[in-house]
Ligand binder design. Structure first.
Ligand code: PLP
Length: 417
């Protein structure tokens, strides 16, 4: 069940703070941890004693963050990573091997696109990409045995909204892992409840809000004793861990097959800073999502011809109906402004007084960036088209400022064009 902002306000402040001793989360920076005796060391390495082993595979400060985010997403457990890309790299490298195929649905952040289409490909994992509503392609690929389906809850920057429930139902029918990047929509959708297996976040974004901590996190469901898709022959190379670790299996799969060997681990201070952000996440998400819709509406009504705002809250958006039905509290901080050409986009950005020009999203401040000349500068025209990156496209991430003032700033910048 979707929870309301009051539920999350209570959950998050109560879980981040302690009642006795230090109220703020404790930062444990130690890289190594002593074991009481040889037997305890053996138990820790076997996963039977729940104590820190070595900071590359876990740390108490990360552990606190992982517990809170797992609860927030309605999951069984979580693993914090060095960045959002670290979380995606962990999940994909842990679950996939040469010869497997991953199906990518909808729009993707540039780093995720290149992770799949360049890095994983170099290691023998093939891929196919399709539009959010291409259910014929999705079902054909599932039938043919793809090993993982990957999608963003809201395409960044395409703003396409997938039907997460319908895709999850298909993945469950064909016993295929579904990974949803929920970076843009924490608290707004809970993909695990809709049937996904793994949720990943770049916690650098909305969760922190302050741009002071690079981080990521993956959240997992519990593995079922009977009839779990991980028991399917397709996942035979995971069976040794699944049979030994039962309902917890996603955690040791990622720790033993990615974190241990590749080391994309979160650091304790970063996790501490992320928890400070989490305390106010619900207040911020509620405000920002109201503001995005308000700013989009003002711009839609007042921008001059030749410059176009896009957001699913607008009636003209192709995903407006899905926005109303599946994203009742909003679909995150992003909207786009298309100025038509790169030259006009540069002039518009350079005339802004309020927005910070940067590559981040989900910040407490309003941010803006021209897509083609930055994150997507390495991409060919066909890929950019698929990802919704037009020549004059500016991605905007709305912050906590007064929405009327944000809109005023965009409108005055439009006057220079
Ligand atoms: N996923 C999405 C949707 C993003 O926007 C980003 C942004 O950078 C990432 C993943 C990667 O996160 P990070 O920058 O923390 O590695």
């Amino acid at each position: 069940m979707t929870k309301d902002f009051d539920y999350y306000n209570t959950l998050l402040v109560q879980s981040v703070g302690a009642k006795t001793g230090p109220i703020a989360p404790t930062v444990v920076p130690s890289a190594a941890y002593g074991y009481a005796d040889a037997q305890e060391a053996e138990g820790i390495f076997a996963g039977e004693v729940n104590k820190p082993l070595y900071a590359r595979v876990g740390n108490p400060t990360n552990g606190k963050l992982e517990g809170i985010v797992a609860k927030m997403e309605g999951g069984f457990g979580a693993i914090a990573t060095a960045s959002g890309m670290g979380a995606l790299a962990m999940v994909t490298t842990a679950m996939l091997k040469a010869g497997d195929e991953v199906l990518c649905i909808g729009g993707f952040f540039g780093g995720t696109y290149t992770l799949v289409n360049e890095t994983l490909k170099r290691f023998g994992v093939s891929n196919s990409f399709c539009e959010v509503d291409d259910f014929a392609h999705i079902e054909a690929k599932l039938k043919a045995g793809v090993k993982m389906v990957l999608m963003e809850s809201v395409g960044n920057p395409s703003l396409r909204l997938p039907d997460i429930k319908r895709i999850a139902d298909l993945c469950n029918t064909y016993e295929t892992l579904l990974v949803v990047d929920n970076t843009a929509t924490p608290l707004l959708v809970r993909p695990l409840e809709l049937g996904a297996d793994i949720v990943v976040h770049s916690s650098t974004k909305n969760m922190s809000g302050h741009s002071a901590a690079l981080g990521g996190i993956a959240v997992f469901r519990a593995v079922k004793a009977e009839g779990d898709k991980l028991h399917n022959e397709k996942y035979a190379d995971l069976h040794k861990i699944v049979n030994k670790m039962g309902h917890k299996a996603f955690i040791p799969i990622c720790k033993k097959r990615a974190i241990r060997d590749v080391g994309m681990t979160a650091n304790a201070f970063g996790s501490f800073l992320t928890m400070l952000g989490l305390e106010t996440l619900s207040l911020r998400v509620e405000r920002v999502n109201k503001s995005v819709a308000r700013v989009a509406q003002i711009l839609e009504e007042n921008l001059p011809e030749g410059i176009e705002v896009n957001h699913p809250s607008l009636a003209k958006s192709e995903d407006h109906a899905r926005y109303l039905s599946d994203f009742p509290n909003g679909c995150g901080p992003l909207m786009t402004i298309d100025c038509g050409t790169p030259e006009r986009a540069f002039a518009f950005l350079n005339a802004l007084n309020m927005a910070t020009l940067t590559a981040n999203i989900g910040d407490n401040r309003t941010l803006a960036l021209h897509m083609q000349s930055t994150i997507y500068s390495d991409f060919d025209a066909a890929t950019r088209k698929f990802l919704g990156v037009t020549e004059g496209l500016i991605r905007v991430s709305i912050g906590l400022e007064d929405p009327e003032e944000i809109a005023k700033d965009f409108l005055q910048a439009a006057e220079v064009l």
